[in-house]
Design a protein around this ligand. Structure first.
Ligand code: ZN
Length: 415
């Protein structure tokens, strides 16, 4: 076998990634179980020992099951790449005897069908066994199947033309194809941000205007105080699928909507909802959403530039298991293995994300009551059965939000 240097590098990175993942998971599991018997002092008045133990059991069970699924995913991943799975799929796609672009679309289609079938057991197990056991699951089998079918239809209707566009650009636009492909995809992404709230999200959930009353009054006042305009306040029927609560913004410019999960509205009082929204407004005001988008575009630009550079490097492609180098196999192998290398950047992006969370909390404390944000967070930790005692190293590596104790201690400074 040729291309051993690249293969060795790839396998070393994959091994290191798997090692870090399993060591951290193990640490997290031990830490949660070790702290299972006592509610942390800060939360002892609001969270009962029974709830604390429920959270510990729920987290522990998810971690244990994930160990098996991670191993399964690793085997599948190796089978697709170095194992020659993508090569076999390519032969199948070629057997239809179509042009290169159409062969590429057939290849993507086959790959999509296989990967979604392979992810089915995992998704079924989490929804109908674990979430069910802890009373979070509200999804019926009918909703589950409908979601899958709608997802597949969306992948064909949206993903098909986008894939066609990129393959066409690669074939027709010469050496700088990667630059045009980046621009093409960036424009599509911006377009999707605009159409998502009005056309895509309603396919999966019902959105109804927030009812008149105390909550709405508080929110309108808050928006006014912060000088913020939105094109509507909506409640989403999240309870149709699960008991987990949340609030978020969608769209931007004049098409900006504020969406509350009905689960959130039902469990928080009006001042708590106000504090949660103030936190989300903080993300807007401190330009975190814009920064996130710019970061996404920079990553995408670098990714395309790298594919443009490596596309004709046969040794690199062969080193990752691709013998038949075509535009679509290059795109596929690149998107599959990129995660192995970018994994090592996880702590960095988690760090920045936590920094943004603190900034948004600070904003929330200036524009609403910090004590109400704390009580809202505690309710959400409780309702979501989030562990209050994750392993410190684990949370440093992965957490996009500060762990419960640190976050509440930070907010208490504003009281
Ligand atoms: Zn946040």
């Amino acid at each position: 076998m040729q291309a051993t240097i690249y293969t060795k590098f790839f396998l070393a990175a994959l091994f290191l990634k798997s090692l870090i993942e399993s060591v951290l998971e193990k640490r997290n599991l031990n830490h949660i179980l070790k702290n299972k018997e006592v509610v942390p002092a800060k939360f002892s008045t609001q969270i009962s020992l029974a709830d604390h133990q429920k959270a510990a059991n729920y987290s522990a069970e998810k971690i244990k099951v994930n160990q098996y699924f991670h191993f399964f995913d690793l085997v599948i991943f190796l089978a697709f790449t170095l194992g020659g799975g993508l090569e076999m799929l390519n032969l199948k796609a070629l057997s239809f005897g179509k042009s290169e672009i159409l062969t590429g679309l057939i290849f993507f289609g086959l790959l999509g069908i296989i990967t979604s079938l392979l992810s089915l057991p995992q998704s079924l197990y989490f929804t109908f066994v674990i979430e069910e056991k802890y009373d979070f699951n509200k999804t019926t089998l009918k909703t589950f199947i409908a979601d899958r079918l709608k997802g597949a239809a969306l992948a064909i209707v949206l993903g098909g033309p986008i894939a066609y566009g990129i393959l066409w650009i690669m074939e027709k636009l010469g050496n700088f194809w990667w630059l045009y492909a980046f621009i093409f995809l960036a424009v599509i992404q911006l377009l999707l941000v605009f159409i998502y709230p009005t056309f895509i999200a309603p396919l999966f959930n019902k959105f109804s205007p927030l009812e008149e009353g105390e909550v709405k009054e508080k929110i309108l006042n808050l928006l006014n105080r912060c000088g913020f305009k939105s094109s509507g306040l909506f409640v989403m029927d999240a309870s149709k699928r699960s008991g987990h609560g949340n609030a978020y913004f969608t769209g931007f410019g004049n098409n900006k909507r504020i969406v509350f999960y009905d689960t959130l509205i039902n469990s928080l009082d009006s001042e708590e909802v106000e504090a949660v929204l103030a936190h989300e407004l903080g993300h807007m005001k401190k330009k975190h959403i814009l920064k996130g988008m710019i970061k996404g575009f920079i990553m995408s630009f670098l990714g395309f530039a790298l594919i443009g550079y490596l596309k004709n490097n046969n040794l690199f492609m062969q080193g990752h298991g691709i013998q038949s180098i075509t535009n679509y196999t290059v795109l596929t192998i690149f998107s599959m293995v990129a995660g192995v290398y970018t994994f090592f950047l996880t702590p960095l992006s988690a760090y920045f994300s936590r920094k943004y969370e603190y900034e948004a909390d600070e904003f929330a404390s200036q524009n609403a009551k910090a004590s109400k944000l704390i009580s809202a967070l505690v309710k959400m930790y409780k309702d979501n059965a989030s562990s209050l005692t994750p392993d410190p190293l684990y949370s440093k590596f992965y957490f996009s939000h500060p762990p419960a104790l640190e976050r509440v201690s930070y907010l208490e400074k504003f009281n």
